[in-house]
Design a protein around this ligand. Sequence first.
Ligand code: MN
Length: 246
Amino acid sequence: MPNYVIPPAPQAAIPVAPAAGESPREAQLFPVRRIWCVGRNYADHAREMGHDPNREPPFFFAKPADTLVPSGSTIAYPPMTKDLHHEIELVVAIGKGGANIAEDKALEHVWGYAVGLDMTRRDLQGEAKKLQRPWEMGKGFDQSCPMGALVPAARIGHPAKGTIGLKVNGQVRQQGDLAQQIWNVQETIAYLSRLVALAPGDIIMTGTPAGVAAVGPGDVLEGWVDGIGEVKVTYAPAVSVAKAAE
Ligand code: MN
């Protein structure tokens, strides 16, 4: 046993969606190592953020693994923002590591897929962009990564098309199709693996379609990707000053 001087952090993990007939009690966990995120990977979202949707090389940022929140959670509206945005995304879980992975071998490295939210403090991200500072405080804050169950590729294959969408309080806010990705999953894995050696447990958030917008306390977010699954999270209602003073 390593002689740690403080208790080690719990292992971040995503539950694996039970197969048909399997009880949740038997659910397995996918241990998460790192969370890599692709910026601007749908042309219509690149346009809404004021960027040229032409095919520039993909770029990446990261969220800490402990930003993960299981689907079904109620979470607090985060601090230091007045503009919390939703970004619904297809999530790829890497089961087999590698560097300089060839595009035509890239899908062999995928263990499974999930649906996740890249929650963004857009005001802090915007300020960071303007001042040419890092994005972490806009992207990698506590509870910024609500995540649905992981579905093994062995069960569903490798979906290259299908609706991706998000409802807030029952109203559709974001809707697109996986086929609209500027860089598809195999291209993204190949490119990212030239920058860092991918490792088992890495997950990749593959970008969001158009329609990103603000959410507030009390809002219910329900995202989905056809053929993969769902993610649902509720922001706790605001506690009024009067209520807090009781
Ligand atoms: Mn994103």
